[in-house]
Design a protein around this ligand. Structure first.
Ligand SMILES: N[C@@H](CCC(=O)N[C@@H](CS)C(=O)NCC(=O)O)C(=O)O
Length: 205
């Protein structure tokens, strides 16, 4: 059987989310990593993912799946442990909404990062402020959501790990912990997990 191949980058928080999931479920060794520089002018990522984004997962039969929620849904059916996406009911909806919330915080943070990479004259302070408001509201909603977090990881909490890890990596200046003590206390414990430590982002040299 061919291994699954993951279009990967060392700094993408969505890739990290997939890798945290893989470590938590014992699937990390089942993934062959294909490094992709999605922002390079000559990137070939579009030959695998028509949207030109990582992560994308090439299955053993050559089928390509994306984006990260779909990849996690697929991987959740491949490991032998308890599912990290609840099968049904309100708990499934809560966990998937938590994933969407943390993904949305990430989307806004990535938009801020990209705006900062545009030539100065083309940058919009209003656009950045709009994204920063979305990040702040998303974090406030996460602070309110912590009471329902469980002792074991699920796709929602894994996405929160990736999102908060990304804010620390790229936006330490936002000081997201300020005014969000429950979220900060939760994260302080969860950064100790081997899955988090094994997937720390690194800017390429
Ligand atoms: N919704 C997607 C987002 C993926 C995404 O935006 N990846 C970024 C890297 S952090 C990317 O490859 N961007 C390239 C581009 O937008 O052209 C997911 O959850 O997988």
């Amino acid at each position: 059987m061919n291994p699954m191949r993951l279009c990967w980058s060392p700094t993408s928080p969505y890739v990290r989310k997939v890798m945290i999931f893989a470590h938590e479920t014992g699937l990390a060794d089942a993934l062959e990593l294909l490094p992709k520089s999605v922002w390079a002018a000559d990137t070939d990522i579009g030959e695998t993912n028509p949207l030109g984004k990582v992560p994308a997962l090439v299955l053993d039969d050559g089928t390509v799946i994306f984006d990260s929620p779909v990849i996690l849904d697929h991987l959740d059916r491949l490991h032998g442990g308890a599912p990290l996406i609840p099968a049904s009911g309100p708990e499934r909806t809560r966990v998937l909404t938590l994933q969407a919330l943390a993904d949305g915080v990430l989307d806004a943070a990535v938009l801020c990062l990209l705006e900062g990479r545009r030539p100065e004259a083309e940058r919009s302070a209003d656009w950045v402020a709009r994204q920063q408001r979305a990040i702040a509201r998303g974090l406030d909603a996460l602070e309110d959501a912590v009471f329902a977090f469980t002792e074991t990881p699920d796709v929602g909490q894994i996405t929160v790990m990736a999102a908060l890890g990304y804010l620390d990596f790229r936006f330490a200046v936002l000081d997201w912990r300020e005014g969000r003590p429950a979220l900060a206390a939760w994260f302080e414990e969860w950064v100790k997990r081997p899955s988090f430590l094994a997937t720390l982002p690194q800017d390429p040299a």
